[in-house]
Design a protein around this ligand. Structure first.
Ligand SMILES: *Cc1c(COP(=O)(O)O)cnc(C)c1O
Length: 357
């Protein structure tokens, strides 16, 4: 067979390519317009026919994603209620936090319009961008944000400034609690910020949260010294390799034990201490064990795209340089900086681990 390599074909191809690019540009700008007001497809169109088809396509896409988020939310809520109804003792209120990290603003709005109010994010920059988004500001007026990622002390200021921040679930050190308190004081918020203490129940080396033996001290500090923080409970992420087939999740059991310990040592009642545990694959199990706050992402919004390789490389390089820098400072005996250095190294390990998830 003869390949289409002659001049006429080439020109035809170029012309088609130009036309396609023109249409894509037009479609892009129309899409931007439509975010403000979608066109009425029944009205006579000035636009060419292909535009009409394009709009039908977009409309169906949107309807498909709306209905899948709506269905998933209904299912997750029903599953939670089902677990609660099996309980024979004690009332249990469970809050569903819809985790929208890496997901677009449209998904947040869709879930909000289905009645969801609590949303979770784990990167400050992403949370800042989403809270500032004009559509979120216009539509999601009663949104309640949960911060569920690692907070570096130098980002406490950014966190304190987030509008509609309902809860920080990841207070992991006295240093962070004090800094967050100070930044909230400066920001002059009228309400206290609800916080959970993040507990490292899995004792993994890449530590996430405070070790179980230090939880009560941290809770005491928050309750007695941090006037801008309101202690609400405990949170764990847990190890990622536990399979439900192996029975009860040991991280959840440890968090329950930890709560008993805090009750005794801080003179609190069990029902005064919330437990944030359970994600997409194990939220029902977590509710069964007594969780009051589940953080569910991919089951509602679909699987997340893995972070882009180039972004990973960038972060990894940046973190490695930072660690190196601190190592060097350490070598030159800046002893007062030792805890800072430890924290930077710890933060970096956490960040690298998050990227690997
Ligand atoms: C991403 C994330 C979740 C949600 O994970 P899914 O498995 O998608 O439900 C929950 N908690 C934390 C801390 C997270 O970072």
């Amino acid at each position: 067979m003869k390949k289409s390599g002659n001049g006429g074909d080439k020109n035809k191809f170029k012309e088609l390519k130009r036309r396609t690019q023109r249409e894509i540009r037009k479609a892009y700008w129309n899409y931007i317009d439509s975010i403000v007001s979608p066109p009425d497809l029944n009205k006579p169109q000035e636009k060419p026919n292909c535009m009409k088809r394009f709009w039908t396509f977009i409309k169906h896409k949107r309807m498909a994603s709306t209905s899948s988020i709506q269905t998933a939310l209904k299912t997750v809520n029903a599953n939670i209620q089902n677990q609660i109804s099996k309980k024979t003792e004690g009332a249990q209120n469970v809050r569903l936090v819809a985790v929208t990290k890496t997901k677009p603003v449209e998904d947040i709005i869709t879930a909000y319009e289905c009645g969801q109010r609590h949303f979770g994010e784990n990167y400050i920059i992403e949370l800042e961008e989403k809270t500032k988004h004009p559509r979120i500001q216009a539509i999601c007026r009663e949104i309640k944000w949960h911060f569920i990622g690692h907070v570096q002390t130098n980002k406490a200021k950014n966190l304190a400034a987030i509008p509609n921040l309902y809860m920080c679930e990841t207070v992991h050190s006295e240093k962070l609690a004090k800094k967050l308190n100070k930044e909230l004081e400066k920001a002059g918020k009228t309400e206290k910020l609800k916080v959970l203490v993040q507990v490292n129940t899995s004792r993994e080396e890449n530590k996430n949260g405070v070790s179980t033996s230090k939880v009560s001290d941290l809770v005491n500090l928050i309750r007695t010294k941090c006037t801008e923080l309101e202690f609400k409970g405990l949170m764990t992420i847990g190890s990622f390799d536990h399979s439900l087939a192996d029975g009860v999740n040991p991280d959840f059991v440890k968090l329950l034990k930890c709560r008993d310990d805090v009750c005794r040592r801080c003179n609190l009642k069990v029902e005064d201490i919330e437990l944030s545990m359970g994600m997409s694959h194990d939220y029902e199990h977590a509710v069964e064990l007594g969780s009051t706050n589940v953080r569910v992402g991919s089951t509602i919004f679909g699987a997340r795209d893995p972070p882009k390789q180039s972004q990973n490389q960038e972060v990894i390089q940046e973190k490695e340089e930072e660690s190196q820098q601190y190592q060097e400072n350490n070598d030159s005996q800046h002893i007062t900086k030792a805890t800072d250095q430890e924290e930077v190294l710890e933060n970096n390990t956490t960040r690298l681990r998050e990227l690997a998830i």
